[in-house]
Design a protein around this ligand. Structure first.
Ligand SMILES: O=C[C@H](O)[C@H](O)COP(=O)(O)O
Ligand SMILES: C=C(OP(=O)(O)O)C(=O)O
Length: 366
């Protein structure tokens, strides 16, 4: 595996915009990035990571289409902020994945690009040093390296699609992706999703709106054109063919949780009416747990029971989990961060994660 220290990428030169009376009035600087090709040449997709991506996508697709009766489990930190801790977590999860592979297809949340309700740390991709320096070039390289290393462990990478050009740098290493609650209704994101090679989840909106997630899935399944950059960083128009492997994620909303049987049925009916296979994942965190990590286990167990009770539209579960439970604030000095504790939403710890996956495996086997 190439180490980041060996990677030679062009040093960006920050430019101040030329004076103008009509443009860049609110812009202080432009900093060029390496092109997607430069990053992928420095950190190529390794054969092991490629095998993991292909197998992970194939397994997720088969589950979503109902051809594989296992559950797709997307589990891991709310956000990555330390690639060492993320890899430690990935090694544990890769071993656990093997133990539960008869009933669960386990993929790891490698979430590096965080949507914020207002403002806050934007994630490892945008600000890898957590200093406000926003060294996005370094964030891209460190993220790509982490995704390759997770893939090398045989553990498929799952992530959120947020900043429009990030996929060109990273998504060859991604097995599953999603649009989050704050972007599912965005046309920009829906048309980007139509280009993604991996299966994609679409979350209901923060207000709880389910129809907008079904609309997003339908929109993303169609061909579109949109502005982007190619591998050489040239502005271009891409013509897409549509992503047929979409599903819905129930994450709760402003009126409370939506993992109960009537909401799952409502989602399955809406998807069927839209002419798509009724594939639903339940997110045990966010508005389903009321952001209380201690409730995630209750929701996990409830959803496993619904599936055992015959609700076959349930194809997956999402769990926010880290090495240690709870959360911490982003400190002024990143050296004082506690190891393995979330800096965004509170997560269940490793012991509970392992117990929940083993318990679901035993129940689904039974
Ligand atoms: O998943 C993480 C958060 O819920 C999401 O990024 C929003 O976070 P915020 O409300 O703290 O900004
Ligand atoms: C931001 C996330 O979730 P949501 O979009 O549901 O808030 C997430 O899963 O990290």
């Amino acid at each position: 595996m190439t180490q980041l220290s060996e990677v030679e990428l062009p040093t960006p030169e920050t430019q101040t915009p030329a004076p103008s009376r009509t443009e860049n009035l609110n812009v202080s600087s432009f900093t060029p990035l390496p092109t997607p090709r430069e990053l992928k040449t420095a950190l190529p997709l390794t054969p092991g990571a490629e095998r993991t991506v292909l197998a992970g996508r194939q397994a997720a697709q088969a589950i979503l289409r109902g051809e594989d009766s296992r559950l797709l489990v997307v589990v891991g930190p709310c956000s990555v902020h330390d690639s060492g801790a993320a890899l430690e977590y990935a090694r544990r999860l890769a071993a656990l994945r093997e133990r539960v592979a008869g009933t669960l297809e386990v993929q790891m949340r490698v979430y590096v690009d965080k949507p914020r309700t207002t403002v806050g740390w934007r994630g490892f991709l945008m600000d890898p040093d957590m200093t406000g320096a926003n060294d996005v070039g370094r964030g891209l390289a460190l993220t790509r390296q982490l995704m390759l290393e997770v893939g090398e462990l045989g553990l498929p990478v799952a992530t959120e699609l947020l900043d429009p050009f990030a996929p060109q740098y990273l998504f060859d290493a991604v097995a599953w992706a999603c649009l989050g609650a704050r972007t599912t209704e965005s046309q920009t994101h829906r048309v980007m999703a139509s280009a993604v090679s991996a299966p994609m989840g679409f979350k209901n909106g923060t207000g709880g709106g389910l129809k907008l997630a079904v609309d997003a899935m339908v929109a993303a399944a169609h061909p579109h054109v949109f502005f982007t950059v190619d591998d050489d960083g040239r502005a271009c128009i891409v013509q897409t063919e549509g992503n047929p492997n979409g599903h819905i994620i129930l994450r709760g909303g402003k009126n409370g949780p939506n993992y109960a049987p009537q909401f799952v049925k409502e989602a399955a009916d809406l998807i069927t009416a839209a002419g798509r296979p009724p594939a639903v994942m339940v997110d045990c965190s966010h508005a389903n747990s009321g952001s209380d990590f201690q409730r995630q286990g209750l929701i996990w167990r409830d959803v496993v029971q619904q599936r055992l009770g015959g609700q076959h539209a349930i194809r997956g579960l999402m769990l926010e989990s880290n090495l240690e439970e709870g959360k911490q604030s982003v400190p002024a000095d990143p050296n004082t961060l506690k190891h393995g504790v979330s800096v965004t939403d509170a997560c269940v710890g490793w012991d509970e994660t392992e117990a929940l996956l083993l318990e679901a495996d035993a129940a689904l086997r039974g």
